[in-house]
Design a protein around this ligand. Structure first.
Ligand SMILES: C[S@@+](CC[C@H](N)C(=O)[O-])C[C@H]1O[C@@H](n2cnc3c(N)ncnc32)[C@H](O)[C@@H]1O
Length: 284
């Protein structure tokens, strides 16, 4: 009698560029899985996955024209978790990083663990990682803020124009239906109004699309914010707004830190003036 293996879930990211960005750990998980669920819109990626594991099931058909993405994500999670409950070694593969703007991956892991099964995530190369490389921008230089565009519009935010701002899913800006179609000029105009509170509309931004195939060039289109209204914006476009303002020194904090440093120097000077215990007797 063979002992039944317990089901498990691993969410992996295949990166942005077909076949080129996947890490060895993710590849090995895919090759050794009982079943691989693929949540990628690109048929080429699925064909490539099938070379690593013949048992690939696409979750793409769960999306629907007039269907909320919330419902689709719920169904994806249900499909993945059900397979784990059938004691299968399950891999769910997403493009980019499986934990970056991927609600179903996080939820599937949470639910799998709550049911007492093992669930892990393996990081992948995201659009964010690619944009730092292609646009030559370092998020550590002046800091960086990331928002999902509709969430950015629907909630109160404190934007810092001295840091970089990255808006994801700009193609779906202001979509209240949680659908899958791109929104139009009217929604973008409202987004611009919001951005105009912190930026000049003459300020240059980037429309960025990472290359997804070898030999393909990334789209890196620089334009003033005001030109966003007429620009071509796709589902896979990310908006990158470099800092418009310089960093402003925090004088008060600098002074307080200086005082701390001086106090520490004084204490160590005092310590050096104290005659060590083992030398005291010799001096007497
Ligand atoms: C649901 S998120 C998925 C992000 C993905 N998990 C990642 O790690 O990059 C979809 C958004 O990612 C960004 N995105 C997807 N593909 C992209 C590409 N080729 N270039 C730039 N941004 C991309 C866009 O902002 C898009 O609306």
């Amino acid at each position: 009698m063979t002992a039944t293996t317990k089901g498990s879930l691993t969410c992996v990211g295949v990166g942005m560029m077909l076949g080129a960005h996947i890490c060895p750990i993710s590849r090995s998980h895919i090759e050794n899985a009982d079943i691989v669920f693929s949540a990628m819109s690109d048929g080429f990626v699925e064909k490539w996955l099938e070379q690593l594991n013949p048992n690939v099931h696409s979750l793409q058909s769960l999306y629907g024209k007039d269907k909320s993405r919330h419902k689709t994500y719920k169904e994806m999670v249900q499909t993945i978790v059900t397979a784990v409950q059938q004691n299968k070694k399950v891999v769910a593969a997403f493009y980019g990083h499986p934990g970056v703007f991927v609600k179903p991956a996080h939820q599937a892991i949470e639910q799998t663990r709550a049911l007492g099964f093992d669930a892990t995530m393996v990081p992948g190369i995201s659009a964010e990682a690619c944009l730092y490389a292609d646009l030559g921008m370092d998020p550590g230089k002046q800091g960086c803020q990331h928002y999902e565009t509709s969430q950015f519009m629907l909630y109160q935010r404190r934007i810092d124009p001295s840091a970089m701002l990255v808006l994801w899913q700009i193609g779906l800006a202001g979509d209240l239906s949680m659908g899958i179609g791109t929104t139009g000029v009217a929604e973008r105009r409202l987004l611009l109004e919001l951005l105009a509170e912190d930026y000049s509309l003459e300020h240059n931004c980037w429309l960025y699309e990472a290359a997804t195939m070898p030999l393909m060039q990334p789209r890196m289109e620089q334009l003033p914010l005001k030109a966003l209204l007429q620009a071509e914006i796709n589902q896979h476009t990310t908006l990158v707004i470099p800092p418009e303002k310089s960093l402003v020194p925090n004088i008060q904090m600098r002074q307080r830190l200086k005082i701390l440093q001086q106090q520490a120097t004084n204490i160590s000077k005092q310590d050096n003036n104290v005659i060590p215990f083992n030398k005291r007797e010799k001096i007497q």
